[in-house]
Design a protein around this ligand. Structure first.
Ligand SMILES: Nc1ncnc2c1ncn2[C@@H]1O[C@H](COP(=O)(O)OP(=O)(O)O)[C@@H](O)[C@H]1O
Ligand SMILES: [Mg+2]
Length: 96
């Protein structure tokens, strides 16, 4: 949803291995000014039209971090955003 709402459009790829899943979402949108701030719960620049559809709670990135084993947010202003998440399979709870 972030790639669509904030990035305008994007691509999603998933790599499936015996021990892990790697999910990569890329867009060539406006990019994120301050990734650390964007990762904070509740921070959102979503527009009213997004909120009207039930998005824009500012919990997308925090929940992606919480629910993945590894997350990399690589973003450059005016160039776009890449989010890569790794999910290890059959290893029980997340280790920090
Ligand atoms: N792909 C993206 N392109 C540009 N900005 C983004 C992108 N993903 C996230 N952001 C920025 O990070 C903020 C927080 O994202 P998120 O936690 O998913 O909350 P929400 O989407 O509800 O606003 C967004 O409001 C936006 O400012
Ligand atoms: Mg979001």
């Amino acid at each position: 949803m972030n790639a669509v709402m904030h990035g305008g459009d994007g691509t999603l790829s998933i790599e499936v291995d015996t021990g892990m899943l790697v999910l990569e979402i890329k867009d060539a949108g406006p990019g994120i000014d301050d990734v650390e701030l964007a990762m904070q719960a509740g921070y959102s620049t979503a527009k009213d039209e997004h909120r009207e559809m039930g998005f824009g709670a500012g919990m997308g990135l925090p929940n992606m971090k919480k629910n993945s084993d590894e997350i990399l947010v690589d973003s450059k202003k005016n160039e776009g955003t890449k989010v890569r998440m790794v999910f290890y399979l059959n290893q029980g709870e997340k280790r920090d």
